[in-house]
Design a protein around this ligand. Structure first.
Ligand code: SF4
Ligand code: MG
Length: 335
């Protein structure tokens, strides 16, 4: 079956004073209707830039899409006319951002802002739009929606505001939602509630969902598949449960080991040494090699090919199979 969205060999560069930053270097992924794809990576991995490229909120200087395609139901969005693309973006693809306070307008009530979607896109009357707003607030489980429809963004808690963002995204019944760190700004318990709600609604409406996060801990229960990004490339892809059971790339293995766990309380948490590379000077060979506890000489010279590990798993590591089989000795106690 045809994917809802297909990112195909995408390359994005930023022209900076420092030189050309290679933010996205050949990223390919697909999302099918009803699928949740988690895109995992640290800041600077290219995960958000890829999402911005999909949304078309990137193609202005200094960013440049230098190669690749982004197909929605088979049609390359990068070749569409602006108008056509804007329509897609408003109605069929919606985005949820991390920061609800800056995404919502402080001077209008949330009911007005939700209702505006229906007035602008569906030509509804003010009264009908307000009723729709209440309906949406109910849908995202905001208590006493009818009484609160006239409240302003600052009158809601962070978790409630994030629910309102979800309601906004759902308003026009999109086929695809892109959520960029939708719960990062929230407390852990509220995070789980909001993520649970998003997953529930995604199921109910059978939307595609791209869930962008730096936190491997939040995607376990909600994602079907996962791609792990590092320095603008995908380093591992797999069904999400497989990654938790046994990561197939040293970077993923390090991320997993650095999640706090109740059963290991009191033990020192593992930390991947170093920081992600400057994207104007990505290390030769494997971009992860300066931080990798398994790195060998070949890693410093040769870019690793993507290795097929079977069971829908791939890893871009010279020693992918050995990592998966636990046959390598990490230099820093990772295994
Ligand atoms: Fe580590 Fe080498 Fe694999 Fe890169 S290719 S992740 S440096 S072992
Ligand atoms: Mg980001």
């Amino acid at each position: 079956d045809m994917p809802l969205l297909e990112v195909d060999d995408l390359h994005v560069e930023f022209h900076t004073r420092d030189g050309v930053a290679h933010a996205v270097n050949g990223v390919s992924y697909q999302v099918h209707p009803g699928e949740t794809l988690a895109v995992l990576g640290e800041s600077g991995s290219g995960k958000s830039v890829t999402a911005q490229a999909i949304m078309g909120i990137l193609d202005m200087p200094p960013a440049r899409i230098s190669k690749g395609a982004i197909r929605f139901e088979g049609q390359d969005m990068l070749k569409m006319r602006k108008e056509e693309r804007r329509k897609l973006r408003g109605q069929r693809i919606a985005m949820i951002f991390q920061d609800s306070l800056s995404a919502l307008n402080p001077v209008y009530s949330v009911g007005f802002q939700l209702g505006e979607m229906f007035r602008v896109h569906r030509g509804m009357s003010r009264k009908d739009a307000k009723a729709k707003a209440v309906e949406l607030m109910d849908l995202v489980k905001i208590p006493a929606a009818k009484a609160r429809v006239g409240d302003y963004p600052h009158q809601f808690s962070g978790g409630m505001r994030q629910r309102i963002m979800i309601a906004m995204a759902l308003a026009l019944e999109p086929d695809l939602i892109i959520a960029d760190e939708p719960t990062t700004a929230l407390d852990v318990t509220v995070q789980a509630q909001v993520m649970g709600l998003l997953a529930e609604l995604q199921q109910e409406f059978r939307m595609g969902l791209i869930l962008i996060t730096h936190d491997l801990g939040v995607v376990a229960d909600v994602a079907d598949n996962i791609v792990v990004m590092y320095a603008g490339r995908i380093v591992e892809r797999a069904p999400v449960h497989a990654i938790y059971a046994n990561p197939g790339h040293p970077y993923t293995k390090g991320l997993l080991a650095s999640i706090p766990r109740l059963d290991l309380k009191g033990q020192d948490l593992y930390a991947i040494k170093g920081i992600p590379p400057n994207l104007t000077r990505i290390p030769p060979g494997c971009a992860f090699n300066p931080r990798c506890p398994y790195a060998q000489d070949v890693c410093r010279t040769d870019v690793p090919a993507v290795v097929d590990l079977g069971a829908h798993r791939q890893s871009a590591c010279h020693f992918a199979q050995a990592v998966l089989d636990g046959e390598l000795q990490a230099s820093d106690g990772l295994d």
